[in-house]
Design a protein around this ligand. Sequence first.
Ligand code: MG
Length: 376
Amino acid sequence: MLAEYAFPNASSQGRRHPEEHHAYRDDFQRDRDRVIHSRAFRRLENKTQVFTHRFSDHFRNRLTHTIEVAQITRTVAAELGLNLDLAETLALVHDIGHPPFGHAGEKALDQAMRASGECFDHNLHALRIVEHFEQRYIAFRGLNLTFEVREGIIKHSRDYAEAEYPQLAEYRLAERPPLEAQLVDLTDEIAYNTADLDDGLESGIITLEGVRRGVPVLEKFYREVDAAHPDALEKLKFNEALKRMLNHLVGDLISNTRARLKDGSVDSLEKVRRHSERLTAFSPAVEAERRQAKQFLYDHLYFSPALSRDKEESERIIAEMFRFYLAEPEKLPASYRSQLPEVSLPRLVCDYLAGMTDTFILEQFREHIGETRLHA
Ligand code: MG
């Protein structure tokens, strides 16, 4: 049973290239399956989330992060009565445009592009992947996803102004996206804030004492667990506290979003779209807790000396590879070269590098440029 503010399948604006309906899978289920069967999705396995492989191979990578986001998204969507298949598809596709080396890679690619007056944005890149780069079907280029999935790819984490992005005009830029798309930005936050505390502690870069001091919401649950199980292993007490923190964030997101929908008398998709702001949100108190956790991760993990060294090296690799292909475009694969001159050379180089996994870019770097201490 869909809630009245959910996205009903019948409201879909459909695909660019009309297709016959499937016998027993609806359009969003088919989109989910197309995303999972895409090459870009499989590549997520070898893309850094926060930790490069040299730390350990049991940390999250971008694929396992994506699975965690999808799983949390399904829980919240089901509880709110949203369109489960649309929400799950948007969660599975949300990081598909990410370049190698996590945010360092994204930043370095953007800087390289700015030198030629362009930029790199992972949402826009994700749209190019599903519209152009994936070639699996005889009848059309790309994955021919429904309008709502493409709209969600663009809008899950930010808004785009039509004046600045005329190429996105078809995506109803003046309107809010459906709740299924709004949700993913917050389930992404829940997934990585908790996962990064977990992996960060496991890596030894942050300590339990540090987390307990710097993340009050975790500390609150740790004290509860510690009082009930004083003799349990510290690691298990932390894990239990982290689990409670995740549950607390998810529960608050559900109840607060439900309250906002009720307070705003939002009882239709149209009202979601026309609302003055996004409706999925944490309560102010939990939003403050989320910020504290995130700030702690910035201060003690993401910008820690241990990770900064890898980040700098990642940025150097992207910058040097970018310069290399710009100077020697004949080294690009034929399928890329053939897009010249319709696509600018910097954009082609950017597309090629953004599609690479950590493993592949390191291999290319060693072949064309030289040694690096990074290992994929
Ligand atoms: Mg993500």
